[in-house]
Design a protein around this ligand. Structure first.
Ligand code: ACO
Length: 516
């Protein structure tokens, strides 16, 4: 693993010091030294005695002399300079020089090699060139891809990668997936508690929102017509953007928790309606009206396919949806929190999160995993096919994970579910899985690569009758719950998420070349 603590090799004090240094003699007046500093546009002068370093006089010293009532025409540099100052060497790494400046509060330090004064380096030079932020004395290096960096505090849930365990609030997520409905878990994430008998429930609230705003419904054919053949997820992203506008969603910063929660329920309820309607329209079919009495999972399947699903298919899909509602600070959830942290509206956060999810390294993997199964065709061909993919540097979709360094519990439950519903690709997928794992273990022995949720998720969705192009949109509609729960949390205790970057380009400032 390469870490971002890499500073550019060769970046030393000599690269950015002012050289030669602007100098003064100890016997000169402050007026003479100050006018030289002004004309040379520097913040300090190095004081020399017979060519050797005697001290440094800085703008701060001039201010101190003025504050003490000294007459600058009569007072001498020798009286107000810092004698025998700390020095840096020209070959010193920028990062080490910065540390010294930060520790001692220096602003200007002479650069000396042996007895010879080579120049002066200022805090401003260091900050400008190295793009270091002068906060808390030091800045923080982080690993590439922010691996292992804690960027938020949450009580929504978390992933324990070494144990192969994840949870929503205080409950084991796989147990919730086996026993609870999508709506129940949505309530757990939004309100912190599972529903109780006789009390108002999120299921009821979602059922009340089970049709699209009329203005939006009328716009959907336009989205499909304007982007024929575009990935359904892209069209869904556009539709969510319109939903925010049609509903007049206001910046999270201007909303109470109750108002923001209402927006969240509106988006969660709209996602399956939008995804199914867009799918139907893209196929030249009329959208199927929603039947909220079916429950979210069965209703979604019915709206997609136009016929009432079997209880087994609906239960399998529900399991998948619950299993993928949330999963730590994954890329799309982080994206949602970043957008919300600016105070933007909830639709903006969800649109951005859908964009992050669309990538094949995140949510775009399950259909590609099935494409790999198609390309393999029969189990005997698996080893040669996978070996050649890995040898050519390809990643096998549905394997590997940033956090899990052991079995992904979601993958296990999806494998079991695929078997239970007799998903057509279940047998081939299990055989290919074994081949992929043994090829990866042999060809990438230092990596801990296991099957992730996406491999068998595709097999389950296929077994439920969901077409391949709807895999990632289906993932998006469950993960919307997690995104919204995180936005609710972010908004309740917000500080804008604004990290720093390290500049590694050519040292500025360079003269701007004249226009050609
Ligand atoms: N196939 C082949 N090699 C892999 C795979 C894979 N699926 N996954 C990781 N590796 C290798 C990489 O080539 C790399 O090795 P290299 O540096 O020698 O090239 C190394 O393992 C990187 O491993 P990690 O640090 O564990 O991976 P990282 O955290 O950067 O990426 C990711 C995780 C994106 C999931 C990666 O495993 C991958 O690309 N998998 C395939 C895509 C996929 O299934 N995505 C869905 C993820 S689950 C989800 O988002 C819901």
């Amino acid at each position: 693993m390469e870490h971002a603590s890499r500073t550019r090799p060769g970046r030393t004090v000599a690269d950015l010091m002012t050289s030669p240094a602007v100098t003064a003699a100890a016997s000169e007046s402050l007026t003479a030294a100050a006018s030289r500093m002004a004309s040379e546009r520097v913040g300090s002068v190095v004081v020399l005695d017979d060519g050797a370093l005697a001290g440094i006089l800085t703008e701060r010293d001039l201010l101190a002399a003025g504050a003490a009532g000294a007459d600058p025409a009569a007072a001498t540099v020798g009286e107000w300079m810092t004698p025998g100052p700390d020095v840096v060497g020209p070959d010193e790494e920028v990062i080490d020089a910065w540390r010294r400046f930060a520790e001692h509060g220096y602003r200007h330090v002479p650069v000396v090699a042996g007895d010879e004064v080579k120049g002066v380096v200022s805090l401003r030079d260091l900050v400008r060139v190295a793009q270091l932020r002068p906060v808390d004395g030091l800045y923080t290096d982080v690993p590439r891809g922010l691996e292992g960096v804690v960027a938020a505090e949450t009580s929504v849930g978390s992933v324990r990668g070494m144990e192969g365990f994840f949870h929503y609030r205080q409950y084991d997520a796989t147990e919730l997936a086996r026993t609870r409905s999508f709506e129940d878990v949505c309530q757990l994430l939004f309100d912190g508690e599972l529903p109780e008998a006789g009390r108002p429930s999120v299921a009821d609230e979602l059922a009340e929102l089970s049709s699209l705003p009329a203005g939006l419904e009328a716009l959907l054919p336009g989205i499909v017509a304007a982007s024929p053949g575009a990935p359904l997820l892209d069209q869904l992203r556009s539709a969510v953007s319109l939903l925010g506008a049609v509903e007049g969603m206001r910046p999270t910063r201007d909303l109470t928790h109750v108002e923001l929660r209402r927006d969240a329920l509106r988006i969660v309820a709209a996602m399956p309606l939008l995804a199914a309607a867009l799918h139907r329209l893209a196929g030249g079919l009329a959208p199927v009206p929603s039947d909220p009495a079916l429950g979210m999972a069965a209703n979604y399947l019915a709206m997609l396919t136009g016929s009432r699903p079997s209880p087994e298919a609906a239960a399998a899909l529900e399991r998948y949806l619950v299993l993928t509602i949330d999963h730590g600070l994954n890329a799309s959830t982080f994206t949602a929190r970043v957008v919300a942290s600016t105070g933007a509206d909830l639709a903006a956060a969800v649109v951005a999160a859908i964009g992050a999810l669309s990538g094949p390294l995140h949510g775009g993997a399950p259909s590609r995993a099935l494409d790999t199964l198609d390309a393999i065709g029969t189990p005997e061909r698996a080893e040669a096919h996978i070996t050649s993919l890995v040898a050519s540097g390809e990643r096998i979709m549905g394997f590997g994970h940033r956090v899990y360094k052991t079995v992904d519990p979601r993958s296990e439950l999806m494998k079991e579910t695929a078997r239970e519903i007799g998903a057509p690709l279940s047998g081939l997928a299990e055989q290919v899985e074994q081949t992929v794992l043994s090829v990866l273990a042999e060809m990438k022995p230092d990596r801990k690569l296991y099957t992730n949720v996406e491999f068998f998720a595709g097999v389950v969705m296929d077994g439920c009758g969901i077409p391949r192009q709807m895999f990632t949109p289906t993932f998006a509609l469950s993960r919307t719950v997690g995104w919204c729960a995180h936005v609710l949390e972010q908004a309740a205790d917000n500080r804008i998420i604004r990290p720093a970057s390290r500049y590694v380009g050519p040292p500025p400032p360079q003269p701007v070349p004249p226009r050609p």
